[in-house]
Structure formats: structure tokens, C-alpha cells
Design a protein around this ligand. Structure first.
Ligand code: ACO
Length: 320
């Protein structure tokens, strides 16, 4: 009822709460220079990163649970109000069961909850946003819990200076509900394992393998294309947007995207300096940092844009 044949319009999504969890231990650039032939000046100039977190006693699951609890407490959300749990991650504690299933148990959510993981590398959190939007209207409970959680230190080769300095561990969570709000998302996937990959279970060399300069060029083009197409198709300009939350892969990549939107540079949120690239966790971590700083205000329109292995990329316009 209320849907018009095949061209029905889904409601938009409203962010109702955010949260995060980080490992206790952090590695500075100075620490990295004791592991590989690198230095603070090189890392800061090429990436904008000063430090990143590393799990010692935490895990992908414990970070995910911590971020989820933080979001539920912040928003006053009760377990029985959650109907969907999606976890975007590359570094789950188990190949199966899914991290989302274990979170369902840890948080005391009902067995009627739909809980599963999403694998789309760094784009995973954004794909979970679109998935939640599709599913929420079919669920009998108001909220979807979306988590990006990564223990990338599990798959980092700490002898490869081209990759190990980039990545960090952490988790971010966002609780959303279906709402009469503007929401528009475009997503892309291109079968390519040459630029960025990590071998699967039981394979040799299970660590991140990356052609850094190829990924860099792709990332700048993909994020700029995503933002431009979403704005054009919604009849908006960057003047209508309060914040642009890019996947935090490299401050220099974000810098190149900023240059495509002159005069709008301050709208691009950057927190990579003390997190590094946390893959699927980077966008929810950024949303939580913005939210907890009191910078997300009702009625604002924001853009979230990201890319990752796949190659995959996505851009979402949300109204707060
Ligand atoms: N310290 C010092 N020197 C280094 C380091 C380091 N940590 N790493 C590489 N170098 C050296 C290289 O060996 C090379 O030396 P050479 O000229 O003597 O051969 C020189 O620095 C330049 O290397 P480049 O790879 O060309 O450096 P670049 O400016 O491209 O920066 C970087 C490398 C930071 C990796 C950049 O390419 C990048 O950020 N790419 C995108 C990465 C990314 O976004 N990945 C996404 C992953 S997300 C996911 O889905 C998991």
C-alpha cells in the first residue's frame, strides 16, 4: 500500500545516533620508523597521518560491540527497538558465523533480528547504508544498527613500508531509521583484484597488497565523480551541503578532491591524522566525531563518499 507499482519511492534515512570504539594502544609515526625504513616527515607529507590505533587486547568483534553500545547509549536506543544489524568489515574474528550474528547475542537483541556482514572493503559501510534503506521498511522495528569495524593490524605486513604506515584499527556505529528525509545514493562495482586485494582463508600471504599510485588516482576520480553526479542528479550544488565525509584513506587524496570544489574546502571533514585508514570504519568514525563535536544539525544535508577494493565506490546524500 502506498507504493506506486515498480517505481515506488522508498523513504529516506535519518541518523538517530552514532558511536565509536578504539583500541587502547596507538602507534605513532616514530613507532613505525622502528619497524620499517620510514620517518614522520615522509608519512605526514604523503598521507597526513600522525598516529593510528592497533589492537592488542581488543578484536574486530569487541570493537564492533563497543561502538554499537556507545551509539545505543548516546541515542537512548533499547535493544528491542533494533530490527537489523549490518557489519561492514574485512577482518572479522571468524569467517563464520558473521560478526553481526555475534553482536546480536552480545547486545541481547531478539532472535527475530536480521543480522549479517557486508564485504565491500572500505566502501562496505556505505553499501550497508543503502542495504538498510531497502530493508528498513519491511522490518517491524524502527532502527537499523550499522557498524564498520576493522582489525586491519591482522592483515598488515609490518615489513612493507608502502602499506603498513597507512592503516589503523577501530570501529564506528550509526543507528538509522526510515524517515521522510532526502536520501540519494549511487554505487559502483568494477571487478578488479590487481589494484587492491588480500588473499582469502588458507591462502599464502594473507596481507594487504596494493598498487598505491593506481589506487590514489582511482580514488580521486571516483570520489569526485560520485559527489558531482549525486549533486547534479538531485539539482543541488555544494552550497547546499554542510559537510562532506570522505573515506579517510589519505589526506592528500581528500586534498585533490577538495580542489575540484573551489571555495568549499572547509566542508570536507578530515580526521585521518590520528586514526590512519580504518577501511570500513572510517566513515562511521568520522560521522561520530562530527556528531559528538555538535556539528551535525537537523535539516543539514551531508554527503558521504567512499571507495575501496573491488574496486567499489559509492556516494550518499543524507538529510539530517
Ligand atoms: N616511508 C618512506 N618512503 C616510502 C614509504 C614510507 N613509508 N613508502 C614508500 N616509500 C618510497 C617508495 O619506496 C618510493 O621510493 P623510490 O622512489 O626510491 O622507489 C617513494 O617513496 C615513492 O613511492 P610512491 O608509492 O610513489 O609514493 P606515493 O606518493 O604514491 O605515496 C601512498 C604512497 C601513500 C601509499 C599513496 O600512493 C597512497 O596513499 N595511495 C592510496 C592508498 C589507498 O588509499 N589505499 C586504499 C586502501 S583502502 C582498502 O580498501 C583496504
Amino acid at each position: 500500500m502506498g507504493r506506486k507499482g515498480t517505481d515506488f519511492e522508498l523513504k529516506g534515512l535519518k541518523i538517530v545516533a552514532t558511536g565509536k570504539a578504539l583500541p587502547k594502544h596507538s602507534l605513532t609515526n616514530e613507532d613505525m620508523s622502528k619497524l620499517v625504513d620510514t620517518n614522520d616527515e615522509w608519512i605526514v607529507t604523503r598521507t597526513g597521518i600522525h598516529s593510528r590505533f592497533q589492537c592488542r587486547e581488543e578484536s574486530c568483534l569487541s570493537l564492533a560491540v563497543g561502538a554499537a553500545r556507545n551509539a545505543m547509549e548516546s541515542g537512548g536506543i533499547r535493544p528491542e527497538q533494533i530490527g537489523l544489524v549490518l557489519v561492514a568489515s574485512q577482518t572479522a574474528d571468524y569467517a563464520f558465523p558473521s560478526t553481526a550474528c555475534m553482536i546480536q547475542k552480545e547486545l541481547g537483541l531478539g532472535e527475530e533480528v536480521m543480522a549479517f556482514d557486508i564485504s565491500a572493503a572500505c566502501t562496505g559501510f556505505l553499501f550497508s547504508l543503502g542495504t538498510a534503506r531497502g530493508l528498513l521498511e519491511a522490518l517491524k522495528k524502527p532502527y537499523a544498527l550499522l557498524i564498520g569495524s576493522e582489525q586491519l593490524s591482522r592483515i598488515i605486513d609490518y615489513t612493507d613500508r608502502g602499506t603498513c604506515i597507512l592503516f589503523g584499527d577501530g570501529a564506528g556505529a550509526v543507528i538509522v531509521e526510515a524517515a521522510e528525509k532526502e536520501f540519494y545514493q549511487k554505487s559502483w562495482s568494477r571487478g578488479d583484484i590487481g589494484a587492491l586485494s588480500c588473499p582469502g582463508l588458507g591462502k599464502e600471504g594473507q596481507h594487504i597488497q596494493m598498487n598505491g599510485s593506481e589506487v590514489f588516482r582511482f580514488a580521486v576520480t571516483a570520489m569526485q565523480q560520485g559527489i558531482s553526479e549525486v549533486l547534479a542528479e538531485k539539482g543541488l550544488t555544494m552550497d547546499d551541503i554542510a559537510h562532506v565525509v570522505c573515506h579517510q584513506a589519505n589526506a592528500r587524496i581528500i586534498g585533490h578532491v577538495q580542489k575540484k570544489f573551489p571555495g568549499q574546502e572547509e566542508k570536507f571533514f578530515i580526521n585521518i591524522d590520528h586514526y590512519g585508514n580504518t577501511s570500513a570504519a572510517s566513515i562511521p568514525l568520522a560521522l561520530d566525531d562530527l556528531n559528538k563535536a555538535g556539528r551535525l544539525k537537523p535539516g543539514q544535508k551531508i554527503i558521504c563518499v567512499g571507495f575501496g577494493a573491488g574496486l567499489t565506490w559509492s556516494c550518499a546524500l543524507l538529510e539530517l
